[in-house]
Design a protein around this ligand. Structure first.
Ligand SMILES: [Zn+2]
Length: 124
């Protein structure tokens, strides 16, 4: 499904996402991204057991916020490649361009985000 975003805008947003991913990677630790059987050479370089154990522990220690954010960023990058980027995951409406500027990894439009947060509050 085509989004209404121009190719140039998409490139900017992709750049922003990649930059964010790099930043989070540095914080979260590289191995998290390669954990799922990637044949990337980086995995082999990390092959040392102690190193891996250390990284796991480190990941475990990390705040949920960073990990969730990284997941959202990766998710957004995948949608850029596979389609669906810029659409709300909940209602399917386009996410506002301003919102994408501020939060290129946003999964929901502003209305759904609010509703989601309300439900969260109600549930807890
Ligand atoms: Zn929505």
């Amino acid at each position: 499904m085509a989004t209404r975003l121009e190719p140039q805008r998409l490139r900017q947003l992709r750049d922003a996402l990649v930059a964010k991913r790099r930043q989070l990677e540095a914080e979260v630790g590289r191995s998290a991204l390669y954990e799922k059987g990637s044949d990337d050479d980086a995995t082999k370089d990390l092959g040392d057991q102690a190193n891996t154990a250390y990284t796991r522990e480190f990941l475990f220690e990390l705040g949920n916020g960073d990990r969730r954010l990284l997941r959202d960023v990766l998710n957004a990058l995948r949608k850029l490649d596979e389609g669906g980027f810029g659409e709300c995951e909940r209602c399917g409406e386009p996410i506002g361009e301003r919102r994408l500027d501020a939060l290129p990894f946003a999964r929901y439009c502003i209305e759904c985000q609010r509703r989601q947060e309300d439900e969260h509050r109600a549930a807890s």
